[in-house]
Design a protein around this ligand. Structure first.
Ligand code: SAM
Length: 283
Protein backbone atom coordinates (compact mmCIF):
# COMPACT_ATOMS: atom_id res chain seq x y z
CA UNK A 1 0.00 0.00 0.00
CA UNK A 2 1.53 3.30 -1.00
CA UNK A 3 0.60 6.79 -2.07
CA UNK A 4 -1.68 6.81 -5.11
CA UNK A 5 -2.83 3.22 -4.46
CA UNK A 6 -6.23 2.27 -3.03
CA UNK A 7 -7.04 0.80 0.41
CA UNK A 8 -9.63 -1.97 0.00
CA UNK A 9 -11.92 -2.80 2.90
CA UNK A 10 -13.62 -6.20 2.69
CA UNK A 11 -15.52 -6.29 5.99
CA UNK A 12 -18.77 -7.33 4.33
CA UNK A 13 -19.54 -10.32 2.08
CA UNK A 14 -20.02 -9.54 -1.63
CA UNK A 15 -19.14 -5.83 -1.41
CA UNK A 16 -15.95 -3.88 -0.74
CA UNK A 17 -15.09 -0.25 -0.13
CA UNK A 18 -11.93 1.39 -1.46
CA UNK A 19 -10.25 4.63 -0.40
CA UNK A 20 -7.58 6.44 -2.38
CA UNK A 21 -4.33 6.49 -0.38
CA UNK A 22 -2.58 9.84 -0.20
CA UNK A 23 0.25 8.87 2.17
CA UNK A 24 0.81 5.91 4.49
CA UNK A 25 1.68 7.48 7.85
CA UNK A 26 2.01 4.32 9.94
CA UNK A 27 1.75 0.61 9.24
CA UNK A 28 2.54 -2.29 11.50
CA UNK A 29 1.32 -5.19 13.54
CA UNK A 30 0.54 -4.52 17.19
CA UNK A 31 0.44 -7.36 19.71
CA UNK A 32 -3.08 -8.10 18.48
CA UNK A 33 -3.97 -6.43 15.15
CA UNK A 34 -2.71 -5.14 11.85
CA UNK A 35 -2.83 -1.34 12.15
CA UNK A 36 -2.56 1.19 9.35
CA UNK A 37 -3.01 4.96 9.36
CA UNK A 38 -3.08 6.67 5.98
CA UNK A 39 -4.38 9.87 4.44
CA UNK A 40 -7.31 10.18 2.05
CA UNK A 41 -8.09 13.42 0.16
CA UNK A 42 -11.74 13.39 1.34
CA UNK A 43 -11.69 12.01 4.90
CA UNK A 44 -8.22 13.04 6.02
CA UNK A 45 -6.32 10.61 8.22
CA UNK A 46 -7.92 7.15 8.47
CA UNK A 47 -7.18 4.31 10.91
CA UNK A 48 -7.91 0.70 9.96
CA UNK A 49 -7.49 -2.40 12.12
CA UNK A 50 -7.20 -5.80 10.45
CA UNK A 51 -8.32 -4.16 7.21
CA UNK A 52 -11.45 -2.57 8.69
CA UNK A 53 -11.97 1.19 8.86
CA UNK A 54 -12.14 2.27 12.51
CA UNK A 55 -12.20 6.06 12.43
CA UNK A 56 -11.42 8.98 10.16
CA UNK A 57 -10.68 12.62 10.88
CA UNK A 58 -13.44 13.59 8.48
CA UNK A 59 -16.44 11.88 10.06
CA UNK A 60 -15.36 10.62 13.51
CA UNK A 61 -17.45 13.33 15.17
CA UNK A 62 -20.69 11.57 14.15
CA UNK A 63 -19.91 8.28 15.83
CA UNK A 64 -18.10 9.63 18.89
CA UNK A 65 -20.80 12.22 19.64
CA UNK A 66 -23.64 9.70 19.25
CA UNK A 67 -21.92 6.98 21.29
CA UNK A 68 -21.30 9.43 24.14
CA UNK A 69 -23.93 12.19 24.32
CA UNK A 70 -27.01 10.00 23.81
CA UNK A 71 -26.40 7.89 26.95
CA UNK A 72 -24.95 10.78 28.96
CA UNK A 73 -27.71 13.31 28.28
CA UNK A 74 -30.31 10.55 28.73
CA UNK A 75 -28.79 9.63 32.09
CA UNK A 76 -28.52 13.23 33.26
CA UNK A 77 -26.18 12.69 36.20
CA UNK A 78 -23.50 10.17 35.24
CA UNK A 79 -20.43 10.36 37.47
CA UNK A 80 -18.60 7.15 36.56
CA UNK A 81 -18.29 6.15 32.90
CA UNK A 82 -16.60 3.04 31.48
CA UNK A 83 -15.40 2.79 27.88
CA UNK A 84 -14.54 -0.68 26.62
CA UNK A 85 -12.29 -0.49 23.56
CA UNK A 86 -12.19 3.02 22.16
CA UNK A 87 -8.41 3.07 21.71
CA UNK A 88 -8.53 6.04 19.34
CA UNK A 89 -9.73 8.18 22.26
CA UNK A 90 -12.70 9.79 20.48
CA UNK A 91 -15.39 8.48 22.83
CA UNK A 92 -13.22 9.35 25.84
CA UNK A 93 -12.84 12.90 24.49
CA UNK A 94 -16.58 13.40 24.21
CA UNK A 95 -17.36 11.75 27.58
CA UNK A 96 -14.91 14.09 29.34
CA UNK A 97 -16.89 17.12 28.11
CA UNK A 98 -19.49 16.09 30.71
CA UNK A 99 -18.96 16.70 34.46
CA UNK A 100 -18.07 13.06 35.10
CA UNK A 101 -15.81 12.20 38.05
CA UNK A 102 -14.15 9.20 36.44
CA UNK A 103 -13.71 7.93 32.89
CA UNK A 104 -12.19 4.45 32.83
CA UNK A 105 -11.12 3.00 29.48
CA UNK A 106 -10.30 -0.69 29.09
CA UNK A 107 -8.52 -1.07 25.75
CA UNK A 108 -6.99 -4.36 24.68
CA UNK A 109 -4.28 -2.93 22.46
CA UNK A 110 -1.90 -0.24 23.71
CA UNK A 111 -0.54 -0.06 20.16
CA UNK A 112 -3.84 1.50 19.05
CA UNK A 113 -3.73 4.14 21.78
CA UNK A 114 -0.10 5.02 21.05
CA UNK A 115 -0.63 5.22 17.28
CA UNK A 116 -3.78 7.29 17.72
CA UNK A 117 -2.07 9.80 20.02
CA UNK A 118 0.84 10.07 17.61
CA UNK A 119 -0.90 10.07 14.22
CA UNK A 120 -4.52 11.08 15.01
CA UNK A 121 -4.01 13.57 17.86
CA UNK A 122 -7.20 15.51 17.08
CA UNK A 123 -9.31 12.45 17.92
CA UNK A 124 -8.19 11.88 21.50
CA UNK A 125 -7.39 15.62 21.81
CA UNK A 126 -5.65 15.25 25.16
CA UNK A 127 -8.28 12.91 26.67
CA UNK A 128 -5.61 10.50 27.89
CA UNK A 129 -3.98 13.29 29.90
CA UNK A 130 -7.19 14.29 31.67
CA UNK A 131 -6.83 13.60 35.43
CA UNK A 132 -10.23 11.88 35.40
CA UNK A 133 -9.05 9.31 32.85
CA UNK A 134 -7.83 5.88 33.91
CA UNK A 135 -6.56 3.74 31.00
CA UNK A 136 -6.43 0.02 31.68
CA UNK A 137 -4.74 -2.04 28.98
CA UNK A 138 -6.44 -5.44 28.82
CA UNK A 139 -9.31 -7.51 27.53
CA UNK A 140 -12.64 -5.81 28.19
CA UNK A 141 -14.49 -9.07 28.78
CA UNK A 142 -11.93 -10.20 31.39
CA UNK A 143 -12.09 -6.81 33.13
CA UNK A 144 -15.90 -6.94 33.24
CA UNK A 145 -15.88 -10.46 34.65
CA UNK A 146 -13.41 -9.59 37.43
CA UNK A 147 -14.09 -5.99 38.46
CA UNK A 148 -16.19 -4.98 41.44
CA UNK A 149 -16.36 -1.36 40.28
CA UNK A 150 -19.72 0.17 39.42
CA UNK A 151 -20.52 2.57 36.58
CA UNK A 152 -23.41 4.81 35.54
CA UNK A 153 -22.76 4.51 31.79
CA UNK A 154 -20.85 1.77 29.95
CA UNK A 155 -19.88 2.42 26.32
CA UNK A 156 -18.60 -0.51 24.28
CA UNK A 157 -16.64 1.09 21.47
CA UNK A 158 -15.37 -2.19 20.05
CA UNK A 159 -14.27 -3.52 16.73
CA UNK A 160 -16.70 -5.85 14.98
CA UNK A 161 -17.51 -9.32 16.37
CA UNK A 162 -14.54 -10.89 14.61
CA UNK A 163 -11.15 -11.47 16.20
CA UNK A 164 -10.50 -9.88 19.61
CA UNK A 165 -13.80 -7.98 19.57
CA UNK A 166 -16.00 -11.08 19.41
CA UNK A 167 -16.09 -11.56 23.21
CA UNK A 168 -17.66 -8.11 23.58
CA UNK A 169 -20.86 -9.32 21.91
CA UNK A 170 -21.59 -12.25 24.25
CA UNK A 171 -24.39 -12.65 26.76
CA UNK A 172 -21.84 -13.32 29.51
CA UNK A 173 -20.16 -10.00 28.79
CA UNK A 174 -23.46 -8.10 28.79
CA UNK A 175 -24.46 -9.84 32.05
CA UNK A 176 -21.20 -8.66 33.61
CA UNK A 177 -21.91 -5.12 32.35
CA UNK A 178 -25.30 -5.28 34.10
CA UNK A 179 -23.65 -6.51 37.33
CA UNK A 180 -21.33 -3.49 37.20
CA UNK A 181 -24.03 -0.85 36.76
CA UNK A 182 -25.35 1.60 39.32
CA UNK A 183 -29.14 2.05 39.53
CA UNK A 184 -30.38 3.80 36.36
CA UNK A 185 -27.32 2.55 34.47
CA UNK A 186 -27.09 2.61 30.67
CA UNK A 187 -25.09 0.41 28.28
CA UNK A 188 -24.50 1.40 24.65
CA UNK A 189 -22.64 -0.66 22.07
CA UNK A 190 -21.17 -0.35 18.60
CA UNK A 191 -23.53 -2.70 16.81
CA UNK A 192 -22.78 -2.53 13.09
CA UNK A 193 -24.77 -1.56 10.02
CA UNK A 194 -28.20 -3.29 10.10
CA UNK A 195 -28.47 -3.46 6.31
CA UNK A 196 -25.31 -5.60 6.19
CA UNK A 197 -24.77 -6.87 9.76
CA UNK A 198 -28.30 -7.64 10.96
CA UNK A 199 -27.32 -10.83 12.79
CA UNK A 200 -25.11 -9.08 15.35
CA UNK A 201 -27.81 -6.50 16.08
CA UNK A 202 -30.50 -9.16 16.52
CA UNK A 203 -28.17 -11.09 18.81
CA UNK A 204 -27.16 -8.12 20.96
CA UNK A 205 -30.67 -6.73 21.41
CA UNK A 206 -31.90 -10.25 22.15
CA UNK A 207 -29.35 -10.49 24.97
CA UNK A 208 -30.29 -6.99 26.21
CA UNK A 209 -33.97 -7.97 26.31
CA UNK A 210 -33.15 -11.13 28.28
CA UNK A 211 -30.93 -9.33 30.79
CA UNK A 212 -32.20 -5.74 31.17
CA UNK A 213 -35.57 -4.06 31.78
CA UNK A 214 -35.02 -2.20 28.50
CA UNK A 215 -33.18 -3.21 25.31
CA UNK A 216 -33.24 -1.50 21.96
CA UNK A 217 -31.03 0.43 19.55
CA UNK A 218 -30.67 3.83 17.94
CA UNK A 219 -29.21 4.96 14.62
CA UNK A 220 -26.63 7.34 13.21
CA UNK A 221 -25.21 7.88 9.74
CA UNK A 222 -21.43 7.49 9.65
CA UNK A 223 -20.30 7.93 6.02
CA UNK A 224 -17.27 5.63 6.29
CA UNK A 225 -19.21 2.80 7.98
CA UNK A 226 -20.43 1.46 4.66
CA UNK A 227 -24.04 0.33 4.17
CA UNK A 228 -26.25 3.14 5.39
CA UNK A 229 -27.02 4.05 8.99
CA UNK A 230 -25.33 2.15 11.79
CA UNK A 231 -26.93 0.89 14.98
CA UNK A 232 -25.87 1.61 18.52
CA UNK A 233 -27.16 -0.99 20.95
CA UNK A 234 -29.04 0.34 24.00
CA UNK A 235 -29.69 -1.43 27.30
CA UNK A 236 -30.75 0.16 30.57
CA UNK A 237 -31.82 -0.65 34.09
CA UNK A 238 -34.41 2.12 33.80
CA UNK A 239 -36.71 2.09 30.70
CA UNK A 240 -37.50 5.77 31.24
CA UNK A 241 -33.94 6.65 30.26
CA UNK A 242 -34.67 5.82 26.62
CA UNK A 243 -37.67 8.13 26.41
CA UNK A 244 -36.40 11.28 28.14
CA UNK A 245 -38.38 14.09 26.51
CA UNK A 246 -36.82 16.58 24.13
CA UNK A 247 -37.35 19.56 26.45
CA UNK A 248 -35.37 17.84 29.20
CA UNK A 249 -32.63 16.83 26.76
CA UNK A 250 -32.44 20.39 25.45
CA UNK A 251 -32.23 21.81 28.97
CA UNK A 252 -29.39 19.42 29.81
CA UNK A 253 -27.65 20.06 26.46
CA UNK A 254 -27.79 23.86 26.81
CA UNK A 255 -26.70 23.74 30.45
CA UNK A 256 -23.69 21.63 29.48
CA UNK A 257 -22.30 24.21 27.08
CA UNK A 258 -21.05 21.32 24.95
CA UNK A 259 -20.78 22.18 21.24
CA UNK A 260 -21.54 19.36 18.84
CA UNK A 261 -21.44 18.91 15.06
CA UNK A 262 -23.87 16.00 14.77
CA UNK A 263 -25.69 15.47 18.10
CA UNK A 264 -28.71 17.60 18.98
CA UNK A 265 -31.61 16.95 21.38
CA UNK A 266 -33.99 16.62 18.42
CA UNK A 267 -31.67 14.15 16.72
CA UNK A 268 -31.30 12.24 20.00
CA UNK A 269 -35.04 11.63 20.10
CA UNK A 270 -35.19 10.94 16.36
CA UNK A 271 -32.35 8.42 16.49
CA UNK A 272 -34.64 5.98 18.32
CA UNK A 273 -37.28 6.17 15.56
CA UNK A 274 -36.46 2.95 13.74
CA UNK A 275 -37.37 2.03 10.15
CA UNK A 276 -39.84 -0.87 10.05
CA UNK A 277 -37.22 -3.39 8.87
CA UNK A 278 -35.02 -2.56 11.89
CA UNK A 279 -38.00 -2.65 14.28
CA UNK A 280 -38.84 -6.07 12.92
CA UNK A 281 -35.23 -7.18 13.32
CA UNK A 282 -35.06 -6.20 16.98
CA UNK A 283 -38.62 -7.31 17.69
N1 SAM B 1 -15.44 3.12 15.96
C1 SAM B 1 -14.90 1.81 15.62
C2 SAM B 1 -15.97 0.91 15.09
O1 SAM B 1 -17.14 1.33 15.10
O2 SAM B 1 -15.63 -0.19 14.66
C3 SAM B 1 -14.20 1.23 16.83
C4 SAM B 1 -12.97 2.00 17.12
S1 SAM B 1 -11.94 1.48 18.39
C5 SAM B 1 -10.45 1.67 17.54
C6 SAM B 1 -12.17 -0.26 18.56
C7 SAM B 1 -11.21 -0.76 19.64
O3 SAM B 1 -11.68 -1.97 20.23
C8 SAM B 1 -9.78 -1.08 19.14
O4 SAM B 1 -8.88 -0.17 19.69
C9 SAM B 1 -9.53 -2.51 19.62
O5 SAM B 1 -8.19 -2.72 20.03
C10 SAM B 1 -10.51 -2.61 20.76
N2 SAM B 1 -10.85 -3.97 21.17
C11 SAM B 1 -11.12 -5.04 20.38
N3 SAM B 1 -11.38 -6.13 21.13
C12 SAM B 1 -11.25 -5.74 22.45
C13 SAM B 1 -11.40 -6.41 23.70
N4 SAM B 1 -11.72 -7.71 23.75
N5 SAM B 1 -11.22 -5.69 24.83
C14 SAM B 1 -10.91 -4.37 24.78
N6 SAM B 1 -10.74 -3.67 23.62
C15 SAM B 1 -10.93 -4.37 22.47
Amino acid sequence: MSGGSWFREELHKHIAMTYEVGEVLHRGRTDFQDLVIYTNPTFGRIMALDGVTQTTEGDEFVYHEMMSHVPLFAHGDAKRVLVIGGGDGGVLREVLKHPVEAAVEVELDKGVVDASIQWLPSISDGAYDDPRTRLIVGDGAKFMAETDEKFDVIIVDSTDPIGPGAVLFSREFYADCKRCMNPGGILVTQNGVPALQADELVSSVGHFRALFPDGNCYLAVVPTYVGGFMAMGWASLDPAKRTVDEATLRRRYEASGIETRYYSPELHRGAFALPNFVRKLVG
